[in-house]
Ligand binder design. Structure first.
Ligand code: AMP
Length: 218
């Protein structure tokens, strides 16, 4: 695989997290999910978590300042040296500009931006049915991807699962609005730089992975 610094773009529920985890396991490049980082901050009750909690529950976007600081700290850590997959970041033009500055300062660059494209009509069902293993984070879905043995995680055997608080029909609407208004403008931003590849996110998970690997190899 050519690219080692990758941005996964796409709407909430589009499968970015699922694909990022698969790439992480296969190629050993770390998944950087700002959503996961924020959820950890909320759970730990840090100042960032306290500020982000209500915004996340309403489906809005957390301030660029907080997000940029968080990602700058994370990218500076040694495990990012081999590369990283950005999942859920950047989400606004100022975040993308800050990322360019950040990478430029350390003589790094983005190798590819992949848009996982899924129409809005499919996303509500995808999001409201999803849950994950409370222990290892493996993702599942009530209709599309159940654990092989009911109530038991395929990957680690745990019997505890969680659902995200913001994965409800009402919040999904706000999250989609935020995506179209603030994040979708990043697609032309990266297209102009010749970095953007589009893949069909409506296909089954393994097909999407194949498309993704093909896009990264080309
Ligand atoms: P996600 O897990 O990527 O769906 O993110 C969950 C929530 O965290 C979003 O709905 C936002 O409230 C917040 N969030 C995550 N990443 C960002 C970001 N890059 N910029 C602003 N808010 C974010």
């Amino acid at each position: 695989m050519k690219g080692t610094r990758i941005i996964l773009m796409g709407p909430p529920g589009g499968g970015k997290g699922t694909q990022a985890k698969l790439l992480q396991d296969k190629y050993g490049i770390v998944q950087l999910s700002t959503g996961d980082m924020l959820r950890a901050a909320v759970a730990a009750g840090t100042p960032v978590g306290k500020e982000a909690k209500a915004i996340m529950e309403a489906g809005g976007l957390v301030s660029d300042d907080i997000i940029i600081r968080m990602i700058a700290d994370r990218i500076a850590q040694p495990d990012c040296g081999k590369g990283f997959i950005l999942d859920g970041f950047p989400r606004t033009v100022p975040q993308a500009e800050a990322l360019d500055k950040l990478l430029g300062g350390s003589a790094m660059k983005i190798d590819a931006v992949i848009e996982v494209r899924v129409p809005d009509a499919m996303l509500v069902e995808r999001i409201t049915g999803r849950f994950s293993c409370a222990k290892c984070g493996a993702g599942y879905h009530d209709s599309f991807h159940k654990p092989k043995k009911e109530g038991v995680c395929d990957d680690c055997g745990s019997t505890e699962f969680t659902r995200r608080k913001d994965d409800n029909a009402e919040t999904v609407k706000s999250r989609l609005e935020a995506y179209h208004a603030q994040t979708a403008p990043l697609l032309p931003y990266y297209e102009k730089q010749g970095l953007l590849r589009v893949i069909d996110g409506t296909a089954p998970i393994a097909d999407v992975t194949r498309q993704l690997e093909k896009a990264l190899a080309g």
